[in-house]
Each structure stands twice: as structure tokens, then as C-alpha cells.
Write a protein of this length. Structure first.
Length: 344
């Protein structure tokens, strides 16, 4: 059976399922391992990822796809099975991070703003990733709210790069996850929910404009946005209902209904907040697009802590992961409640 972009997207945003973002770069995974006092060796990184991908029930029931890092897509589990085959056996689609990171954007805001790189040679890299099993990809643009930022130069450069990446992915029969992330941990104390709304709306307008110019087929992408949320340093935090309402309002103003699915990043929200916000939004449906999760930290944090780098903790860590996956699977259907969270 030939997989079309549309059929891959459909599978990625199937009801009750979402994406596990396990594509931490070498620098980021080191930070995560530092939090449990574990050195970031190739073997430890393999064991950590194997812990998730081998959690068969959670993967089968709630994880439609996994975003991998270049090292991981080539790695083998302890028994010699490739990690890709391990997740495929659980019915999950392999994906790959293809950007090479956010680098300082030359110009007056270079201390704050970045442009995401990775377009050079991308056509050839995508062809190789396809042979390694990847059927979707990810590119993350980073937008920072600060005094005088974002600049139009930053939004335009990042949106153009996202559009060029997305067009190359579709040419390679790989679904692009288009991720423009407006950070919630920027340095600006006046970064409240209204400011997040304003910047996210502008960002998404710019991204969809560039996707149009690049002839990207919107029916063959997944959008991965931030939620509309007050910055972590804001004096006034927004209620969960406000986050849900403002996020939906912003998406309705910017994301064409041709886009089949939106999978949010968690961006530093607590595990439970990320779940609650998603569930509230789905309970306010129906919407023109499927709304689900593509969480990194909010799916992994509890399992990472429980695992602590020890093989004897793998079973308990998998239970912690299975719980979060289940809660987010419910949230993707608008069925999560605080009572269900506590009952487990
Ligand atoms: P978080 O959910 O931890 O924000 O990670 C998602 C992701 O893939 C960021 O690029």
C-alpha cells in the first residue's frame, strides 16, 4: 500500500492519539539527564528511548508517532532490534527532527532572536531518512517575546525557512510538522496572555503566508503551535479556561480548515496543565481540525524521574509514561478530568 501524505496525517492525529516528541538534541538530552545525575552516553540515551518505545500498551493505544533525533533513528535496542522497528511493532510511526537548531539571527536583535537552520542538503537528508523509516519530520522555529521583539525580520526569516522545509518534505513524501514556537519563558515581564496572543497571531499569519508562496499542500501538514498562555514571568497568570478560549480564538483566526491536524507542544507547562488545556479545548469542539498533543517534556518528565537511569526502574517508569499517555489520549478527546488523574 502506498502511503499518501493525507493517510500519514490521518494516522498521526487519529482520535485519542498524539505524538511523543523524543528528538532532544545532544545538548538538550544532557540537560534532562543532568536533572537525574546521569551522564549522557550513547548507551544511556539508547536505554532511555528504549524505555519509552518498549512501553507497548501506551505506544499502541495513545502514541501515533514518535519524533526521533538523528542518532536515535539509527540506534538498536539492547536485543539488537532497531529502535525504529520497536516503535513500528507497537503501531507507532517514526518521525525525524531535521532542523539543525536555532542560531543567532544577525542584526540588532542577535542577542535575543534566532533563525532555525538546516536547509542545506535537506533534500538528500530527507531521502535517507525515508529509507530509514521516517514518514514525518519536524522543524522548530523559535520566536522570543522581549522588548522590541519579535522583529519582522525574525518572523519572516523563520517562516520562510519553515515553508521551504515543508515543501521539501512533501516532495519526499514525508509529512512536515510545522512548528513555530512562541516561547513562554522569554525574558519580558510584560509578556501576559494578550501579548502571547498578539505575537502568536502574527507568527501564524506569516507562516501560512509563506506556506502559500511555497505551494505547500495544507492537507498534508500537521501544525505544531504553542498554546496562548501568559509568560512564566508575567505577574498575572491566565486560568485554564482562558488559555483554552484564547488558543482556540487565535487558531480560528489564522489556521485554514484545510489543515487536518494541530498537535501542540507543551513548552514548559506542567504535565497536568498541558493535559487540562488540551482537554478543555477539545470539550469546546467540534473544531475544523483535530487537536492533539506532540509533547516532549509533558510526556516524559514523570517517567524520566521514576527511571533515574536504573534498569530496575524501567517497569515503574513505563507505568508513569503509560499514565501520562493515557491522560493525554483522553484530553485529545476532551474527556480528561482531574478525578481521573487522581484515580490512577
Ligand atoms: P515540549 O513539549 O517539551 O515543548 O517539546 C516539544 C517539542 O518537540 C519542542 O520542539
Amino acid at each position: 500500500m502506498t502511503e499518501t501524505l493525507a493517510s500519514i496525517v490521518r494516522a498521526l492525529v487519529a482520535p485519542g492519539k498524539g505524538i511523543l516528541a523524543a528528538d532532544e538534541s545532544s545538548g538538550t538530552i544532557k540537560k534532562r539527564f543532568d536533572s537525574i545525575g546521569l551522564p549522557s552516553t550513547e548507551g544511556n540515551r539508547r536505554d532511555y528511548r528504549e524505555m519509552f518505545f518498549g512501553a507497548a500498551e501506551a505506544m499502541k493505544n495513545h502514541v501515533s508517532g514518535v519524533i526521533l533525533y538523528d542518532e536515535t533513528i539509527r540506534q538498536e535496542a539492547r536485543d539488537g532490534t532497531t529502535l525504529v522497528d520497536l516503535m513500528k511493532a507497537a503501531g507507532s510511526i517514526p518521525g525525524i527532527k531535521v532542523d539543525t537548531g536555532a542560531k543567532p539571527l544577525a542584526g540588532p536583535t542577535s542577542k535575543i532572536e534566532t533563525v532555525t537552520e538546516g536547509l542545506d542538503g535537506l533534500r538528500e537528508r530527507l531521502a535517507e531518512y525515508y529509507t530509514l523509516g521516517a514518514r514525518f519530520a519536524k522543524w522548530r522555529a523559535v520566536i522570543t517575546i522581549a522588548e522590541g521583539c519579535p522583529s519582522y525580520n525574525c518572523l519572516n526569516a523563520n517562516a520562510q525557512a519553515l515553508a521551504r522545509y515543508a515543501a521539501l518534505c512533501q516532495e519526499a513524501n514525508i509529512v512536515p510538522i510545522v512548528e513555530p514556537e512562541v516561547l513562554m519563558d522569554g525574558p519580558h515581564s510584560a509578556h501576559d496572555i494578550d501579548k502571547c496572543y498578539e505575537v502568536t497571531e502574527w507568527t501564524l499569519k506569516e507562516v501560512f503566508q509563506q506556506l502559500y508562496y511555497a505551494n505547500v499542500d495544507l492537507t498534508g501538514i500537521v501544525l505544531k503551535p504553542n498554546m496562548i498562555i501568559a509568560g512564566q514571568k508575567a505577574a498575572k497568570q491566565a486560568s485554564p479556561h482562558e488559555v483554552a478560549e484564547q488558543t482556540l480564538k487565535c487558531l480560528k483566526a489564522t489556521v485554514p480548515p484545510a489543515v487536518p491536524g494541530i498537535a501542540f507542544l507543551s513548552g514548559g507547562q506542567s504535565d497536568e496543565a498541558a493535559t487540562e488545556h488540551l482537554s478543555l479545548m477539545n470539550a469546546m469542539g467540534p473544531h475544523p481540525w483535530a487537536l492533539t498533543f506532540s509533547y516532549g517534556r509533558a510526556l516524559q518528565a514523570a517517567a524520566l524521574k521514576t527511571w533515574g537511569g536504573k534498569s530496575e526502574n524501567v517497569a515503574a517508569a513505563r507505568r508513569a509514561f503509560a499514565h501520562r499517555a493515557k491522560m493525554n489520549g483522553l484530553a485529545a478527546q476532551g474527556k480528561w478530568t482531574g478525578a481521573l488523574e487522581k484515580a490512577a
